[in-house]
Design a protein around this ligand. Sequence first.
Ligand SMILES: [Zn+2]
Ligand SMILES: [Zn+2]
Length: 240
Amino acid sequence: MPIREGFIKPELYPFGKTLYLCPMLSIQTFTFNAFSENTYVVSDETHEAVIIDPGCYSREEQKELDSFIEEKGLKVKLILNTHCHIDHVLGNNFVKEKYKAPLLLHKIEEAQLRAVKNYAPVYGFDGYREAEADQFIDEKDVIAFGNTKWKILFLPGHSPGHVGFYDEKEKVIFSGDVLFEHSIGRTDLPGGNFDTLIRSIHQNLFTLPDDVVVCCGHGPSTTIGEEKISNPFCALSLLR
Ligand SMILES: [Zn+2]
Ligand SMILES: [Zn+2]
């Protein structure tokens, strides 16, 4: 599966890990916390930006994120959670306070978000501070910042209120822990369901064009076409 022109696989581009999919959209990937979670800062030519799944926890991680945003002169307009497992929300409070931007997530994920403070100390994150959601979103809404407009795809299975953020024009989707390069999200956590996850992938992701780049919640980016032909967990026979 040829990678679309202009797309650089992050692992082939070790310094800075910036993906320029086209002149209109700049995507910066940070890998944060003990779960190696991918936090994305996405901006367009207006310098307005969104932060997807802020996983920064340590001072160093917070500083790394903030230095980038300051250096690039970005104006953070929205904070988005694909879902609310601990690794994706550890930095919610920090970025909300720092950039005074609203936190958006699906209503069904609120229970997952509320649960994090109870189990954070078990994972050693004693300093976790909860941030309230400011707005609930679903498929009827549009994510808008700068000149950019994203669709919201409902992708339950890994987590019950999991969503993906899809830029139809730039052909990129931020789909959290639903689909990984040659793998899929786990379904053994509360609210997870294997059949639901496989259905989300086949009905809502594999129906996108093959050259759509998938920016994953963990690991390298991939494409819809690549996963359709090579993902061992997504055989059609698994669609019940
Ligand atoms: Zn997760
Ligand atoms: Zn995760």
